[in-house]
Design a protein around this ligand. Structure first.
Ligand SMILES: Cc1ncc(COP(=O)(O)O)c(C=O)c1O
Length: 411
C-alpha cells in the first residue's frame, strides 16, 4: 500500500545533540522546513567512523585514487587560468561533452545551449529541479527505500511525498501500488537507477510502466542516474528519457562523482527540455551561481574517456562486490545481491539486536566497522529496522580490514 506522509521527522535515528537542539529551537524561531528533517545519517556515520577509528563502509566515496588523466586535466585548467566564474549554466566544453555522451550512450539528442544545466553535484541538480517544477500541494512519488536526500528535497521544495515500496529480495514494485500513488496532484516521480541503496536496475518493462503513468497523469520523471556505468551480470542501464513520450517529461540528473571517482569535485548536471531547463537554470543561478570552473574543464575531458575506461570501472566493482558478498555472508549477514551501484543491503535479523541503529552503533564502536542503518532509507524508521547498508567502493586493504574486524561479530 502506498503511504501518504511526510519524510522522516527530526528525532529519528542517530540524531546528534546539535540536531535535537536546533530542531527544538527551530520550531519557534527558525525555519519550520529545516526543522522537519535530520542531519544526514550517512554523513554522520563517516564522522563516527573517524571518531572511533572504524573501517568506513558507510558513505559512498572511493578511498582509492581518481584517474590520473582527469586529475592532470584539472591541474592544467587551473594553470591555464580557468579560475573565474564559468557560464552560470555550465562551461560550454562540458555541456557539449554531456550532450555528446548522452546521445552516444542513450540515443537521446539534446541541445547543450538550452537543455543542460551544470550544477554543484547531482545533489544541487536534484534540488534545483525540484524547486523549478514543484508548487505547494504537488505530490511526488518516491520509491522506498530511497537515497536519503530525497526526503529533505521534497520538504524544501514544498512537495508532499507518496512512497511506494520496493520489495526484497529483488526490489520489485507492485504495479497496482505504483498506479494508486499517482493522481491529479502528482507532479513528478523520483527515480534512481541503478539504485542506492538496493542496487536495483529498473528494467525496460518497469520504465515503460512508469512512463505510461507519467503520460497519463502529466507528470515529470526526475531521474538520478549517477551509477549508470556501475552494472553487473550483463544488466543494461536505460534512461527513461530515451523512451517514446518521455523526451520532454524526463529531467535526467547525473554527475562526475561516481563514474570518475571524484565525489569531492561537486560537478553534476540536469538535462531537461528548454521549458524546464529555463527555471532550473534560474534556481541554480541563485543557489550557487555555478560549479567550480577548472573542474568543469576537467569534466569535459573525463566525458571523452574511451569505452575501455567504463568496462574497467565495472569490472573492478564486480571484483569488489564479489569480495564483500563473501565477507558479509561469512560474518552472518543475509545479503541482497546488487545488480548495479556499489552498495549491499543486508538483513541483520540473525544478530538479535533491537534495531538497525543499535546494531550500527555496536558495529562502529565495538567491532570497528561503520555502516548505514537501514532506517535512514525509509520514511518510517521501523521499516528499515532489520537492515543495514554496506558500500564496497573501497580499496582491497579496506575490505580486508573490515573482514578481519567482522570476525569478532557473533550471530
Ligand atoms: C543516488 C545518489 N544520488 C546522488 C548522490 C550525490 O551525488 P553528487 O556527489 O553528484 O552530489 C549520491 C551519493 O551517494 C547518491 O547515492
Amino acid at each position: 500500500m502506498s503511504k501518504d506522509s511526510s519524510p522522516r521527522e527530526a528525532g529519528g535515528a542517530l540524531d546528534t545533540k546539535i540536531a535535537t537542539e536546533v530542531a527544538s529551537s527551530a520550531r519557534s524561531a527558525l525555519s519550520a522546513k529545516a526543522a522537519r528533517f535530520t542531519e544526514s545519517v550517512i554523513r554522520e556515520m563517516t564522522r563516527l567512523a573517524m571518531k572511533h577509528g572504524a573501517v568506513n563502509l558507510s558513505q559512498g566515496f572511493p578511498d582509492f585514487a581518481a584517474p590520473e588523466e582527469i586529475k592532470e586535466a584539472a591541474r592544467r585548467a587551473i594553470s591555464q587560468d580557468f579560475n573565474q566564474y564559468a557560464i552560470t549554466w555550465g562551461a560550454k566544453s562540458l555541456r557539449d561533452a554531456i550532450a555528446r555522451k548522452f546521445e552516444a550512450t542513450q540515443g537521446v539528442s539534446v541541445d547543450p545551449e538550452r537543455e543542460i544545466t551544470v550544477c554543484c553535484g547531482s545533489t544541487e541538480a536534484m534540488m534545483a529541479a525540484m524547486m523549478a517544477v514543484i508548487n505547494p500541494g504537488d505530490e511526488v512519488v518516491i520509491f522506498e527505500p530511497f537515497y536519503e536526500n530525497y526526503g529533505p528535497d521534497t520538504i524544501l521544495s514544498g512537495a508532499a511525498p507518496r512512497f511506494v515500496r520496493l520489495q526484497p529480495p529483488d526490489w520489485t514494485f507492485d504495479p497496482a501500488e505504483l498506479a494508486a500513488a499517482f493522481g491529479p496532484r502528482t507532479k513528478a516521480i523520483i527515480l534512481n537507477t541503478p539504485n542506492n541503496p538496493t542496487g536495483k536496475v529498473f528494467s525496460r518493462a518497469e520504465l515503460e510502466f512508469i512512463r505510461d503513468l507519467c503520460v497519463r497523469w502529466n507528470a515529470f520523471a526526475i531521474t538520478d542516474e549517477i551509477y549508470e556505468h556501475i552494472l553487473y551480470d550483463g544488466t543494461r542501464h536505460i534512461s527513461i528519457a530515451s523512451l517514446e513520450g518521455m523526451r520532454d517529461r524526463a529531467i535526467t540528473i547525473n554527475s562526475l562523482s561516481k563514474t570518475y571517482s571524484v565525489t569531492g569535485w561537486r560537478v553534476g548536471w540536469a538535462i531537461a527540455s528548454p521549458e524546464v531547463s529555463f527555471p532550473i537554470r534560474k534556481v541554480h543561478d541563485f543557489l550557487t551561481v555555478g560549479a567550480a570552473a577548472p573542474l568543469q574543464e576537467a569534466g569535459a575531458l573525463a566525458l571523452t574517456m574511451p569505452d575501455s575506461y567504463y568496462h574497467g570501472l565495472a569490472e573492478e566493482y564486480l571484483r569488489r562486490r564479489t569480495r564483500l558478498l563473501e565477507i558479509l555472508t561469512k560474518a552472518g549477514f543475509v545479503c541482497f545481491k546488487p545488480a548495479g551501484a556499489y552498495y549491499i543491503m543486508t538483513d541483520i535479523s540473525r544478530f538479535g539486536f533491537r534495531n538497525d541503529v543499535e546494531f550500527a552503533r555496536h558495529l562502529v564502536e565495538t567491532i570497528g566497522v561503520a555502516v548505514v542503518p537501514g532506517s535512514s532509507f525509509y520514511n518510517d524508521p521501523a521499516d528499515g529496522a532489520r537492515q543495514v547498508r554496506f558500500t564496497f567502493c573501497k580499496r582491497d586493504e579496506t575490505l580486508e580490514a573490515a573482514a578481519t574486524r567482522l570476525e569478532k561479530l557473533h550471530v
